[in-house]
Design a protein around this ligand. Sequence first.
Ligand SMILES: [Zn+2]
Length: 267
Amino acid sequence: MHRSIYLLLFIAVSCSNPPKTTPVSVSTSTGPLTAPAPIVMPHDAAMEKHVMGLFEPAEDPRFVLVNPSHADKKGLYLHQDTYGAFLKMYGAARSAGIKLQIRSATRNFKYQKGIWERKWTGETILSNGEDASKVYPNSYDRAKKILEYSSMPGTSRHHWGTDIDLNNFNNSWFESGEGLVLFNWLEANAHTYGFCRPYTLKDASRPEGYNEEKWHWSYTPLANKLTAYAEAHLEDKMITGFMGSEVADSLDVVQKYVLGINRGCVH
Ligand SMILES: [Zn+2]
């Protein structure tokens, strides 16, 4: 066959088989609504280390030392964004005659492991006076008891540099006198500076997680990004490397504790 005939045949075949195209739906204001595509948060190794506290705040340029005049001790660190917001809140509280004092700030995995394991072995007695190692011989029961107030290493919001404990570690202190004045001021004003209380009273809206902590406040513009990352990528099987970590999965720690927060802080 002559070359030109081949060419003509090729053109004819091509024209009779136009490339298939996927129909494109055009949404109109009167047309049916389609669900928006879910926002996919990509895996990010640096973000994962931040969420799990696998870093040294003193060596991380994003973290700054807290001035001891704002705390009860030296050597506390916060993420620079959190500390900037705290300073504004501190100043406003001072103008209202209230003195905020940071009692705890960033605690990395290593630090939290120390807290957790001292409670696990009974070296630290629980706030109710119990020696967890004696009262709860079963690992699941012991971890669940410690989890009333303390996080498993790798799951604490204190890893993030966004969370602070203020003034006193007893809820009752915030329920009368000076403590109540301070608490009421924070409840009314902390949100102006980006702070929210993640561990509110456990009730139908927050059935799982840590007990109420009237002292614990979270800087949400940053913390909510880390919460979203944890929701997308943190899994119970990643929570390992300390005494009792084998029950992290059966306790559903990520869902019930990391995400068991006052949802009002997230929305
Ligand atoms: Zn706390």
